[in-house]
Design a binder for this molecule. Sequence first.
Ligand code: GDP
Length: 139
Amino acid sequence: MERTLSIIKPDGVQKNVIGEVVKRFETEGIKIAAMKMIQLSKIQAQGFYEVHKERPFFDSLTDFMTSGPIVVMVLEGDDVIARNRKLMGATNFKDAEEGTIRKDYATDIEKNVVHGSDAPETAAFEIAYFFNGLEIQNR
Ligand code: GDP
């Protein structure tokens, strides 16, 4: 059993595809162990994307991530980090495989609907960034 952090980014919430994204997880047998809707401040977004602070798109990305509400979730299941990444598709929707979330809903390399942790260490950091232990259910 593994956990990962998933975010439906502001563009995904705006496009009204929260249910569609959640359905894809549940259809794959992935369980939602925690879930909430929040809106990040600039400082909170910068802290979350700290690893990208030297990238040229850091300021634009953190502006985008604060531009509206997001849905943050802890997903639980076997090999869920990799399975979620596969459901998401490539960072750039133009490179994403058919049937992935980003291929179906993303419109831009930055506005790409979903975030998912890419490794166990980042998952641990990212889950703890948004949720305390009492907010996460063992499913
Ligand atoms: P991910 O793990 O697939 O989300 O991709 P990365 O960790 O490489 O990048 C984090 C996020 O930054 C992506 O999901 C995009 O929202 C954004 N991003 C990545 N590359 C670019 C880029 O070249 N330009 C812009 N504007 N945003 C980018």
